[in-house]
Write a protein that binds this ligand. Structure first.
Ligand code: GDP
Ligand code: MG
Length: 441
């Protein structure tokens, strides 16, 4: 996602870094590059204009011009402005004080509502919630079945609805809430019907469902691939029904990012999550600051770590963090981590999260060989427990023995030992922090 925009903004970054002084002229050129990058990414025209004006005003400030690194200062301004238009604060969804919390998902047909209902259920369960899935998409029997199957695949309960509830909505809702409370469900995830286009009948139906459910969150689900159309329909849903949060889906596709960069400015509502795949674990909490860094090619190591933590046992990852802090990270832990990475899918898939700087520079996903991890595991498996805890004792003859045991060449054993040392020292300080501090200076 955002590949093209990233490429172009990185060119601006390079250009500015190369300029010793910021002048009206080179700033004009940088702004032109930024404007083109945004317009090509399908960002709303008004948003682009506002963005450009704000950057210009801040960049031509005397303090920036006089600073030792004006190029970097301007890049920081661009980053801060990106964060601002992506939405200032992280906004996780709100749960209501008295359970059950009700989340209602709305959006056009095919935007990903039903899939996102399942994704949110999985996310909420991971946070200790006990969700119940309900679909108010009543006209099509297939809609009920689709959500029922998603619920079943997650091992979560599904509450069936029929079109008759619309004849007696209050009563049906009372039954639903009573059933949820009695069975201890503290979160109702309510999927709704969509249409290909915004139409009055749908809006009236959704407004009615909303009035009886009184949801704490009305989540607009928009397909990022549709660009400005998603922004327009978000605006219509926000005006007609009232929306509290946004989930943008299909950011794994070749969406140019324009929707993400315009939707907050146009609706005034925050993006809570983004969908990055069809599977139910392909949901990421949206962090404007991290996304801005990612767009500027600074990578997104925090999201990567978060992903690892989600997969890992919470206790495990807390212990890991403690070990890293105390520099007690051993091969035994590393082996566990390799297992986790395997659980998360392929390493090459993870590479897209890494910044193209420092130890990751030039490392494209094509060059990351997933088989390497398997080889690493084989090598670690051939170490004795004592060696895993204290790799310093692994001398020449031990290296040979490990190589024989694992069926890998000695130079690979050497390489792993060296990389492990490097990793340990790298972990002392989070890579992200390092990057940010060098950037922000
Ligand atoms: N690649 C990708 N596909 C998605 C994502 N979210 C949903 N989809 C797909 O989009 C299609 C429509 O999704 P669905 O949930 O049925 O949309 P609804 O009509 O709004 O309920 C399905 O094929 C989903 O698998 C996403 O984040 N990434
Ligand atoms: Mg649906």
């Amino acid at each position: 996602m955002f590949d093209q925009l990233s490429d172009r903004l990185q060119k601006v970054t390079k250009f500015l870094r190369g300029e010793g002084k910021i002048t009206e002229k080179n700033m004009g050129e940088a702004l032109r590059m930024i404007r083109m990058a945004f317009l090509e990414a399908d960002v709303n025209y008004k948003v682009v204009k506002d963005f450009e004006a704000r950057i210009k005003a801040k960049a031509l400030d005397q303090a920036v011009l006089d600073s030792l690194t004006p190029g970097q200062q301007v890049i920081k301004i661009v980053r801060d402005e990106l964060v601002r238009i992506l939405g200032v604060s992280d906004k996780p969804l709100t749960f209501s004080g008295t359970p059950p919390s009700i989340f209602m998902l709305v959006g056009l047909q095919g935007s990903g509502k039903t899939t996102t209902t399942g994704k949110l259920a999985k996310w909420a369960r991971g946070r200790g919630k006990n969700p119940l899935l309900v679909s108010f998409d009543l006209k099509r029997a297939a809609a009920q079945d689709q959500l029922r199957m998603i619920a079943a695949s997650l091992g979560l309960p599904f509450y069936p609805m029929t079109a008759e509830v619309m004849a007696r909505p209050e009563e049906a809702l009372r039954e639903l809430l009573k059933s949820a409370r009695n069975r201890g469900y503290d979160l109702l995830l309510v999927d709704t019907a969509g249409r290909l286009h915004v139409d009055d009948e749908l809006m009236d139906e959704l407004a009615m469902v909303k009035s009886i459910l009184d949801p704490v969150e009305v989540i607009y689900v928009g397909d990022a691939m549709t660009g400005q159309d998603a922004v327009k329909s978000a605006q219509a849903f926000a005006e007609r029904i009232g929306v509290t949060s946004i989930v943008l889906t299909k950011l794994d596709g070749d969406a140019r990012g324009g929707a993400a960069l315009s939707i907050v400015a146009v609706t005034g509502k925050p993006i809570a999550f983004v969908g990055v795949g069809e599977k139910l674990d392909k949901l990421e909490v949206f962090h404007p600051d991290r996304m801005a860094s990612r767009i500027l090619g600074m990578g997104d190591i925090l999201s990567l770590i978060e992903k690892a933590e989600q997969e890992a046992d919470v206790q495990d990852s807390e212990e890991l963090a403690r070990k890293i802090r105390r520099q007690e990270f051993t091969f035994e832990d590393f082996r566990k981590q390799l297992g986790q990475i395997r659980k998360m899918g392929s390493l090459s898939g993870l590479m897209s999260h890494l910044p193209n700087v420092g130890p990751f520079k030039g490392l494209s996903s094509a060059e990351v060989d997933d088989r390497k991890l398997v080889h690493f595991e084989a090598i670690i498996n051939s170490m004795t427990p004592a060696e895993r805890l204290d790799p310093k004792i692994i001398d020449g003859s031990r290296r040979k023995r490990i190589a024989r045991g694992s069926g890998r060449p000695v130079h690979e054993v050497n390489q792993l030992l060296k990389q492990f040392q490097e990793m340990r020292s790298m972990m002392k300080k989070s890579i992200f922090q390092k990057m940010m501090s060098s950037f922000g200076k």
